[in-house]
Design a binder for this molecule. Structure first.
Ligand code: ADE
Length: 231
């Protein structure tokens, strides 16, 4: 019996829609959209500004340098989106959020609707975080210019896990990290390239022995390269 594809909807709120459009329109993401497994809405925050100059940011109280995303356009955009559907999570991308990992990707891949608000400039007015945001996510301990690249990373990691997004289901399940182990090495033809040979076992056709070898390799790689994953 084939897997019945589930449908997920992701809305992304940003001041730089162009930064998101291309990365979300290629490869697996494009195929997933075309196959109706996911739909992605990109919303330009400026469209929700009531200011005649379409301003979405202002100086921060307290005199610190750097601009802050204002409450009003963000609230108007989120309220508009909430009038269209119910959301499981409203995520804010920020270096001070919980660090994104495969577990978070798995959890989000089984939700139905999410909003990702991309931080920009010095960030968003704290009152948006207090009253609308349900989850704050960082993609790592470094500071990006804005949350758009973080949103792309998260959407890519999430969408490929939705059943039906990758043609070979097993492929997503055997990724690095899926069972807290790094993936084993992979090889393709030719079996001998100028004397560089493929491990004999992979050519043996003995699936159970191959699985054992792959697990052994995964464990060895994880111990050597990422011992923290085994703890
Ligand atoms: N915005 C700026 N830096 C970020 C990070 N590391 N993760 C998510 N959003 C960010």
């Amino acid at each position: 019996m084939g897997v019945i594809p589930s449908k997920m909807h992701i809305d992304i709120i940003t001041v730089l829609p162009a930064l998101l459009e291309s990365p979300l329109d290629h490869s697996i993401l494009k195929r997933a959209k075309n196959a109706n497994i996911v739909s992605i809405g990109i919303h330009n925050l400026r469209d929700y500004s009531i200011d005649k100059h379409k301003r979405v940011d202002d100086y921060s109280f307290g005199g610190d340098p750097g601009m802050v995303l204002m409450i009003e356009p963000v609230e108007r955009c989120i309220n508009f989106l909430k009038s269209q559907r119910n959301y499981n999570e409203i995520i804010y991308t920020s270096p001070d959020g919980e660090v994104f990992n495969q577990r978070t990707a798995n959890q989000l891949s089984i939700t139905e609707n999410i909003i990702i608000l991309c931080g920009h400039y010095k960030g968003v007015d704290q009152r948006i975080r207090d009253h609308f945001i349900t989850k704050e996510i960082s993609i790592g301990d470094y500071v990006l210019t804005g949350g758009e690249l973080a949103a792309c990373v998260m959407v890519d990691a999430i969408v490929r896990l939705i059943p039906g997004a990758i043609s070979d289901e097993v492929s997503a399940l055997t990724d690095s990290f899926q069972d807290n182990l790094l993936a084993p090495p992979v090889f393709t033809r030719p079996a001998n390239y100028n004397g560089w040979t493929v491990p004999e076992i992979l050519l043996s056709g003995n699936t159970s022995k191959i699985r054992d070898w792959q697990l052994e390799q995964s464990l060895e790689r994880t111990k050597r390269l990422r011992p923290d994953l085994l703890r």
